[in-house]
Design a protein around this ligand. Structure first.
Ligand code: TYD
Ligand code: MG
Length: 459
C-alpha cells in the first residue's frame, strides 16, 4: 500500500509545494495554493498505466536544425470546413487539442458531430458525463451518417488506455478532462493534480502513438478553462467555443495553435439537428427589413481574419424617469459613453437628458474599434429620427477629438460590403492611401470628422 500524503498545488500554474505558501514562487500569483491528497511510491505516467502501447524504443539524439527534414504535415481533413479552418487546416496527427466553453454551449455536440461525419476514421469517444443512451439520442439528432465511432462511458484513464490499445483508434475524444481520473493519484477527479496528471498522460499518448486527442474542458466562473493554466501549456491547440446561449450563433475561436494562426474563427448556428457551419456570417447578422428605420447603421468589422457586416441599433429618446439611462449590449458601455461625449462636444448634439440604448444585432460582442463609425451613425440617426440608406456601410474608429481614424484591413472590409450589395461605404480619410479605388465598384466616401459624416448621410 502506497503511503498517502497531501501536497499543495497552485491553481494557476500547477506547481507543487509541500506546504502552503501565500504567493506562488513559480508564477507569482497570490493565494492560489490548495491542498490535495496525493499518493507517492507508485510509478506515474501513462506508461505505468498501460506499458506496451508504444513501440518506439530507439534512443532520441539531438539533431542539428538544418538537418531536420520537413515533411508536409499530414492532416485529417474533417467535412466541417469551419472546424478545419480554426485548426489551421485540419487535425494534426499526434496533436492534443483542448476545447473550452460554457456548459450547454455545444462542445459535446460539435465533437460528436465531427466524429460522426469523418469517413474512414476510427474514433474513440470517451464520455464521463453522459450515458450511452444520451449520446445515442444526440447522435440521432445530428445525423444518420454512420462512421466507425465507438462510445466509451469510462473515467478511469487506465481503462481508457486499455481500450485504446485494443481498438487502435485514429482519433480520441475525451469529454471531459475534468471527469477523468488516474489511480496513480488519490485526489478526486477535477482536482488540479488529477487534471495535470491525466492531461500529461494523454499528451504522452498523443506524442508517442500519433493518435490526435481532443479534450473537452470546463470553464470556471471567470470564463477561463478550469484547472491549472498548465493545462493550456501542455496542449498544442486551445479552442474556445463561445456565444450567447439564448441566441443560436456560436463562435469557435482559436486561442493558441502550434500548427496555424490564432486569428481564425468558425461560425456555427445551433439548429434542431446539430450545429450548422455558417460560411457567410454577414448574411445572417443583417436583419431582413422591409421598411427602413431610424437608428440603424451597418458596420464592417473584422473577427480575426474574417470580415463581418454587423448591424448596430441605437435608440435615443428623452429621459422621462429622472436620471438618463445608458445601456449597451454587445458593445463596451464605457466606449459608448466616450462616443456620446464626442458627439456632445464635437458635433453639438445635446444628449445630457436623453436615454441611450445601443444593441449589436445577433447577440454578438464586438471589440473591433472599426465599428465606432457605425455606432456614431446609428446614434445620430436615432437622435435626428432620420433613416440611413440601407445600402450604406461604415468602417472607421472615432477618436476623442471627433476625428475618424484609419482601421486595419480596410480593403477586406470594403470588398465584403461590395459583395453583400452595399452601394456606399464610409471610411477614414487616413485610410485612403491604402485603398486601390480602381478595384471596387462600390462608392467609397472618406471622412475625417464626425460632423462631416452627419452632413453627408443626412444631406
Ligand atoms: P451540449 O453539446 O451538451 O453542450 P456542452 O457539451 O458544451 O455542455 O449541448 C448543447 C445544447 O444545444 C443543448 O442544450 C441542446 C442544444 N442542442 C440543439 O439545440 N440542437 C441539437 O441538435 C443538439 C444536439 C443540441
Ligand atoms: Mg458536454
Amino acid at each position: 500500500m502506497a503511503k498517502t500524503k497531501s501536497a499543495f498545488f497552485c491553481k494557476n500554474c500547477g506547481s507543487e509545494s509541500p506546504k502552503w505558501v501565500g504567493r506562488c514562487p513559480a508564477c507569482q500569483e497570490w493565494n492560489t495554493f490548495v491542498e490535495e491528497v496525493v499518493a507517492t511510491g507508485k510509478e506515474s505516467g501513462w506508461k505505468a498505466a498501460i506499458p506496451k502501447l508504444s513501440n518506439k524504443t530507439e534512443k532520441v539524439l539531438p539533431v542539428k536544425l538544418v538537418d531536420i527534414i520537413k515533411t508536409d504535415t499530414f492532416r485529417i481533413i474533417t467535412p466541417d470546413e469551419e472546424f478545419n479552418r480554426v485548426l489551421g487546416g485540419g487535425i494534426v496527427p499526434g496533436s492534443i487539442t483542448l476545447i473550452g466553453g460554457e456548459p450547454g454551449i455545444g462542445k459535446s455536440t460539435l465533437l460528436l458531430q465531427v466524429a460522426l461525419k469523418l469517413p474512414h476514421t476510427k474514433i474513440l469517444y470517451v464520455t464521463g458525463e453522459e450515458s450511452l443512451e444520451q449520446i445515442k439520442m444526440r447522435a440521432d439528432r445530428i445525423s444518420n451518417a454512420s462512421s466507425e465511432c465507438y462510445i466509451f462511458p469510462e473515467t478511469n484513464t487506465q481503462k481508457i488506455f486499455e481500450q485504446i490499445k485494443h481498438l487502435e483508434p485514429d482519433l480520441l475524444v475525451i469529454d471531459s478532462i475534468q471527469t477523468v481520473f488516474t489511480e496513480l493519484i488519490d485526489s478526486t477527479p477535477g482536482s488540479i493534480s488529477q487534471i495535470r496528471e491525466c492531461a500529461g498522460q494523454f499528451q504522452r499518448l498523443a506524442k508517442e502513438t500519433n493518435i490526435p486527442v481532443m479534450l473537452v474542458g470546463h470553464i470556471n466562473k471567470e470564463g477561463e478553462i478550469a484547472g491549472p493554466k498548465l493545462l493550456e501549456h501542455i496542449v498544442d491547440t486551445v479552442l474556445q467555443f463561445e456565444g450567447d446561449r439564448n441566441y443560436i450563433y456560436r463562435i469557435l475561436r482559436c486561442i493558441k495553435n502550434r500548427f496555424g494562426s490564432t486569428s481564425e474563427i468558425g461560425v456555427y448556428e445551433m439548429e434542431g439537428n446539430g450545429l450548422r457551419p455558417v460560411s457567410n456570417p454577414s448574411e445572417i447578422l443583417l436583419t431582413q427589413r422591409d421598411e427602413a428605420l431610424s437608428g440603424i447603421a451597418i458596420g464592417a468589422t473584422m473577427e480575426g481574419m474574417r470580415p463581418f457586416m454587423i448591424e448596430t441599433q441605437a435608440l435615443v429618446s428623452n429621459a422621462v424617469y429622472g436620471n438618463p439611462q445608458r445601456s449597451a449590449t454587445g458593445f463596451d458601455g464605457r466606449r459608448m459613453n466616450m462616443l456620446l461625449a464626442v458627439l456632445e462636444k464635437r458635433a453639438g448634439f445635446n444628449l445630457g437628458n436623453k436615454d441611450v440604448f445601443l444593441n449589436i444585432a445577433g447577440g454578438i460582442k464586438v471589440t473591433d474599434p472599426a465599428i465606432d463609425l457605425a455606432v456614431i451613425a446609428a446614434l445620430m440617426s436615432s437622435y435626428e429620427d432620420e433613416v440611413i440608406n440601407t445600402k450604406i456601410a461604415f468602417a472607421g474608429e472615432v477618436g476623442l477629438s471627433g476625428e475618424i481614424r484609419a482601421v486595419n484591413r480596410i480593403e477586406q472590409r470594403i470588398s465584403e460590403a461590395e459583395k453583400l450589395g452595399f452601394e456606399k461605404i464610409f471610411i477614414s480619410k487616413y485610410n485612403k492611401q491604402s485603398v486601390d479605388f480602381k478595384r471596387f465598384k462600390i462608392k467609397i466616401a472618406s471622412v475625417s470628422k464626425v460632423l462631416e459624416v452627419h452632413q453627408q448621410i443626412f444631406k
